[in-house]
Design a protein around this ligand. Sequence first.
Ligand SMILES: [Zn+2]
Length: 260
Amino acid sequence: MMNRAQLKASLSRNTQAQREVRRYQRHVFEHVLLNSPNIRKPNFAQISVADLGHVFHATDEFFFGGKIGSFFEHTYASPLSFRLSKRMTISGGMTTMVREYGARPSETRFEIAVATTPLFETFNVDSQSTVGGLACRSRLEALQRIVEHEMVHLVELMLTGDSNCQAGPFRRFVKRNFGHVESNHELLTPRDVASRSLGIRCGDFVCFYRDGRRYQGLVNRITKRATVLVKDSSGVAYSDGVCYRKFYVPLNQLKKASAA
Ligand SMILES: [Zn+2]
């Protein structure tokens, strides 16, 4: 079994020619389509935590001979957990490490979360996007790039206890192994979708119905829903000196209004 130093040395030798990178990525793509419980087409309509695990392990298998997963299993007591998040709307994924105070290193827990909202929204509207600086022509390709990025976070966290995808070591590793040239994505966030499909942006004047009543207000924030501030003397005073009541409105229930 590999220890930390051996894993580090082995990964630092792991360099793929860019043509090989694309070939392995294609293998993972095909493997997932054949074996994953829900991902049966590149623009899949459903995904479960098991599918996410599948993409992760297939990537590890094709790129690293399964070393990352087997090091993990032998080093940590809890299995690596996967999560799908509907609420994460800006970043594509997130890897977290939790070690309780006084716990042994082997009791450290790790989780990889992938944001499903940008993944689904983007390919409802567009046929192509970019993750890690690489063109993705389907949900599955975008998911693979996100998992590859998070896998590098996991490796850095396991090896050093810290990880930063803006820093040199991360960028070199992710470039060398997966061909990523950026640490970001251009998947659509709910804000992009709102501004494109509904023409609504923060600061816009909108109207909506609530309990049969029509309200007008200003869009203050857009996540899965929009936060709309409606002038109301019984509301809370804001920095502009006006009192507003706050409403959370699903984006599809908003209409642009002209300022009164
Ligand atoms: Zn990152």
